[in-house]
Write a protein that binds this ligand. Sequence first.
Ligand code: G2I
Length: 450
Amino acid sequence: MTVNAKTRVTPRRALLLGAVAALAAGMVVGVTGAAQAGTTLGASAAEKGRFFGTAVAAGRLGDSAYTTILNREFNQVTPENEMKTDATEPQQNQFSYGNADRIVAHARANGMQVRGHTLAWHAQQPSWMQGMSGSTLRNAMLNHVTQVATHFRGQVAWWDVVNEAFADGGGGGRRDSNLQRTGNDWIEAAFRAARAADPNAQLCYNDYNTDNWTDAKTQGVYRMVQDFKQRGVPIDCVGFQSHFTGGSNYPSNYRTTLSSFAALGVDVHITELDIRNAPVDAYRNVTNDCLAVARCKGITVWGIRDSDSWRSSESPLLFNGSGQKKSAYDAVLAALNNGTTPPTGTPTTPPPTTTPPPSGSCTASATPGQVWGDRYNTSVTVSGASTWAVVVSITSPQKISSTWSGSPTWDGSGLVMTMRSNGSGDTFGFTTMMNGNSSARPQIVSCTAG
Ligand code: G2I
């Protein structure tokens, strides 16, 4: 992640710089190495090497109550509607960037990174595009991707190149749309055009209802990303919208979803988070899940105050309509600060009776073991913790056939194993059947202490 100007000197770094200066002056100092707890979402996330952002509406930038919270709390923004196709190309080949430029300028002036949302989507198309089909539409879409990504080159850190291209329901396939009917390769064509237009932006696929690891839609997107990585289609990240509103709930296997995608070699982002009635536990869990996955680079909430939400009747955000911090805010900040009590704000509801599992990190390193014609061994040594959970992923059709010196659990696909310490030491091992793939090797996804 590029550390932006706003968060470049973190409290920890300031402490270290001070210590270096003191040492240079011949003084003896004690440095504990403990990071100082941040007091805002952005600063605390930056302490953990992550961003914390929000969707922003250009029409609200004149509301000082809104911009006060925005500038204080967030170090990343996503234009809520202003970069969509109907906004940026209202007439074919006549581009309109006023509102998007205003958000980008505000972000840059305040040291916030920008996520571009979105270059190719079946919804919010201008009417001229809605009526198109075939190669005319394909070319118009590619021209749009090229023009818009070129306009914002150097100003957008990540692009949601393609948004919501998979169908809901059990099939795990693509959503029918005018773009899909131009040919199944429309998504990769959009990614290649975006890479050519802005080689330094990170290119993401973004979708909703992809949070539950066992859902067919999640698996469908997973297979596409896996295929893109194998064939060299330029994709860098996957966005999980995580709208836990309108009847969709936070799933207990959310961390498995994030870590499984990360194991494909992409960053993962939580891009449009909102949760009906803003329950403390679910907000805390989402935050801890992201922190537990090294490639989960940040969280974006879909609006600042409940009154700014697309689902305002569900009060799903971190600030109430008056701009006050809600209990969920305190829970997220505390989780970002790794369980320490946030120095500002008093929870308005009693603390939950269940204590979240400790989420400190450890290090796990894999050592290749004996190889046979049909299988091979791997051993993994953990340091930095005496009790731990290590997540390991393997590549289908390989399969882990036996394990030792740990207690394994498995996700629904059988490709992601969580190995917990069982008191037999810091090293565990396992045997993997190749099943025809002799080259793939297991990947360590995460190591969590406790
Ligand atoms: O639907 C929630 C989000 C799902 N993922 C993609 C996001 O881009 C999407 O955002 C929402 C915006 O939050 C809404 O603000 O996308 C909606 C449109 O699909 C946005 O709604 C639109 C209304 O449809 C328009 O009538 C309105 O003029 O918001 C516009 C601006 O307020």
